[in-house]
Design a protein around this ligand. Structure first.
Ligand code: NOJ
Length: 502
């Protein structure tokens, strides 16, 4: 019997090198995570997603994997990961890990021993790299160009080669045998490329979404994901896949989340949406409608290790806190990114401290993703805030002293306690019913909870009902702009029976 635990689970993304350092080298590690499992249990999340901890030369901070079935000594050992999985399971936390199947490191032994696993050409087309510049690099030894949709140190595998599929079956089995509960699939929409390597149409649009790329989102992906699903389903315990499928059209995403394919796909339209009630509602509705058609569930996300922290993106911590109550009231799975629960903002780093390859490769033209990857502040009044006994790999701002987990714990007005309470009261199961509400606001029912979000209206009166949670202290009868609340029904006076606004 399947319990489909992933359908409304809350996942917590751990950017491993920035979470907690046990060894004093300034890089987070697996033992550091183990020591913080009670914190995660108390926070109330259901599952963890660990970013890559495999041996890697670090051209893209672990997303250039040199060995898929080992642990980088800087992060620990296989035995440490086994212990982490066992201890997490004891606490009722599932553990999912990052699978990076589109590309390897150029130092993976396959690149030397199996060049036929990769995509080569004598005549490069016009494809751009996500990290700036062309997606092709000339390999003088082989007299041909190899493809890399990301950094030159991340050559793309040729998934049309059957041996590549077999290699990854073995990798999946290796980790499933060790007891992991699932995988997050890195850039899960791009594995197979147009075999004719035709040019993309120029000019290339400025968008994080790949809808415009003709070379990706190909039909060959679906048999592969059916194969992976069948493989995972042959293991006990409902193992799962969440796809990083960076498409903006929810109907295209819906083709991946099927009972025999991926369990979940991140919802990036929600993440990239402005803090605007109409736009958020349109995204929520579009997603729910497209996924309902295939019986799938959405996974809502507002932060990860690639995007500007929410409080900075929305312009205020107050808006980010309101958004937390929106995120955690939506039906389906939700993903939090470590530090989101502390209300951390994007860190402005000096150029010399920046480490992201995007910054280096674009000559500073694109600022990169370091600002959301700064190591977490756990305790104390000054850097390194209990993260390490050494020097954190990215510098932490001194101004974080009031934002440490220690400083926030037990303070009912803190963002940490807001997340803890929201995770404790979060509705599960069932759908969402919109209620009529003034412009600039979002109001919907989830079972016995009514979720009210005032994005930008002058004020939103709270109807009758028991106030379960408010995003700001002091809210009693009226929600000011950039606040949200959860009320417990029955709510007799609030627009009951009226249909949602058009
Ligand atoms: C998506 C990951 O989230 C990002 O950090 C990485 O740089 C690219 N995929 C390439 O693996």
């Amino acid at each position: 019997m399947s319990d489909e635990w992933w359908r409304d689970a809350v996942f917590y993304e751990i950017y491993v090198r920035s979470f907690a350092d046990s060894g004093g080298d300034g890089l987070g590690d697996v033992t550091g995570i183990r020591a913080r499992l009670p914190y995660l249990r108390e926070l109330g999340v259901d599952a963890l997603w660990l970013t890559p901890f495999y041996p890697s030369p670090d051209a893209d901070h672990g997303y250039d994997v040199a060995d898929y079935v080992d642990v980088d000594p800087r992060f620990g050992t296989l035995a440490d990961v086994d212990a982490l999985v066992a201890e997490a399971h004891e606490l009722g936390l599932r553990v999912t890990i990052d699978l990076v199947p589109n590309h390897t490191s150029d130092r993976h032994r396959w690149f030397a021993e199996h060049p036929e696993y990769y995509v080569w050409t004598e005549e490069p087309n016009n494809w751009p790299s996500h990290f700036g510049g062309p997606a092709w690099t000339f390999d003088a030894a082989r007299g041909r160009h190899y493809l890399h949709l990301f950094a030159p140190e991340q050559p793309d595998l040729d998934w049309h080669v059957p041996a590549v599929e077999d290699e990854f079956d073995a990798i999946l089995r290796f980790w499933l045998d060790r007891g992991v509960d699932g995988f997050r699939i890195d850039v899960g929409h791009v594995l197979y490329k147009d075999p004719e390597l035709r040019d993309e149409q120029e000019p290339f649009p400025e968008t994080p979404f790949a809808d415009w790329r003709r070379a990706v989102d190909r039909p060959e992906l679906h048999p592969l994901y059916r194969r992976w699903r069948a493989l995972a389903d042959s293991y006990p315990g409902e193992r799962m896949f969440v796809g990083e499928v960076v498409l903006s059209d929810p109907r295209r995403i819906a083709r991946y989340v099927r009972p025999d394919e991926l369990h979940l796909c991140f919802n990036f339209t929600f993440l990239y949406e402005e803090w605007d009630a109409d736009r958020l509602r349109a995204t929520i509705d579009g997603t729910l409608a497209a996924l309902a058609e295939v019986g799938a569930t959405s996974s809502w996300v507002l932060e990860n290790h690639d995007v500007t922290r929410l409080a900075t993106r929305y312009g205020s911590l107050r808006a980010a806190r309101a958004a937390a109550l929106l995120l955690l009231a939506l039906p389906g799975a939700a993903f939090l990114y470590a530090g989101q629960e502390l209300g951390l903002g994007e860190v402005e780093l000096p150029d010399e401290a920046r480490r992201d390859p995007i910054f280096r490769r674009t000559g500073g033209e694109r600022i990169g993703r370091d600002g959301c990857r700064v190591p977490l502040p756990w305790s104390g009044d000054a850097p390194p805030f209990g993260f390490t006994t050494g020097e954190p790999w990215l510098p932490q701002p001194a101004g974080w002293s009031g934002l440490t987990a220690e400083a926030q714990a037990g303070d009912p007005a803190s963002t940490l306690e807001l997340y803890r309470a929201a995770l404790a009261f979060r509705p599960r199961g069932g759908g969402l019913d919109w209620r009529a509400s003034p412009p600039g606001t979002l109001v919907f029912e989830r079972g016995e909870l009514l979720c009210l979000v005032n994005v930008s209206a002058p004020a939103l009166d709270l109807p009758e009902g028991e106030l379960v949670l408010a995003s700001e202290p002091g809210v009693t009868t009226v929600l000011p702009p950039e606040t949200a609340a959860w009320l417990r029904r029955p709510v007799p006076s609030y627009d009951r029976g009226r249909s949602a606004r058009p």
